[in-house]
Design a protein around this ligand. Sequence first.
Ligand SMILES: NC(=O)c1ccc[n+]([C@@H]2O[C@H](COP(=O)([O-])OP(=O)(O)OC[C@H]3O[C@@H](n4cnc5c(N)ncnc54)[C@H](OP(=O)(O)O)[C@@H]3O)[C@@H](O)[C@H]2O)c1
Length: 270
Amino acid sequence: MTLDTVARDGLVLLGCGKMGTALLTGWLAAGLPPASVWVLEPNPTDWLKATGVHLNEALPKSPAVALVAVKPQMMGAALPALQALGNASTLFVSIAAGTSIAAFEAALGDRTPIVRTMPNTPAMVGRGITGICANTHAGAAGLTLARTLMQAVGEVVELEGEDQIDAVTAVSGSGPAYVFHLIEAMAAAGEAEGLSPEVAMKLARATVCGAGELAFRAPESAAQLRINVTSPGGTTAAALSHLMDAETGLPPLMRRAVHAAAERGKELGK
Ligand SMILES: NC(=O)c1ccc[n+]([C@@H]2O[C@H](COP(=O)([O-])OP(=O)(O)OC[C@H]3O[C@@H](n4cnc5c(N)ncnc54)[C@H](OP(=O)(O)O)[C@@H]3O)[C@@H](O)[C@H]2O)c1
């Protein structure tokens, strides 16, 4: 299935906040006609009103896709609007953290094709990465369609099963915050070495953005990119001897942080 099927049969978007807006922007840019999209959103932005999509109108009987982009705590109140589309051919795609496929099956019917995804906020600049998994009713066709939809805002990886979603959340879902904190920590360290707060922040931020862009574009592995900028006995090597320390460095710290996020994801999913 492609965006052509979606253009023909329609797409329903439940919730058009930050992530819903990012996705809709990507789909419209990829050529999905606004007339093929139905959005349910209690507080539409001026941008959304101007897109020309069907806004808070009656839904088509059998759209190709219903994409659920409300906060998990709003799910119970929001899902009944889509219940009539359950147990049929409409593919449900959820981007909500913490709501399991089983919970969707319980709400919509256990013959509903469902793909659960975990995107991240760089989707807002078309540079997201999304992990996806499906129930048996969605199958390969459902995964392909969900992949096409999520690729409008970045890359997609297919998971071995829903049990990997908490790990994806812990690495890439929550990951942008780790990188933002890296900027803060580098800037604070720069201040401690005598830079003004403004200059330290400018250096740290531009360095993370620039290194991210290099990692995005370069064919080399992250390890090779690191080696390429590390002269033996030089300044970078001096810093990395701390950062790469097996007991006190970044690897064990990151391991603990990611584990805490994954455990929290499991708790929230209960
Ligand atoms: N942000 C992330 O990093 C991230 C990453 C991965 C997954 N997600 C998931 O993506 C989902 C959306 O997150 P977000 O950051 O885009 O949240 P958000 O900006 O709060 O967007 C949710 C939208 O849904 C609307 N809504 C609330 N109740 C509704 C209802 N009954 N019917 C229709 N729409 C309703 C909200 O309107 P109001 O503003 O009026 O409440 C809001 O505009 C969440 O489930 C989250 O877990 C987010």
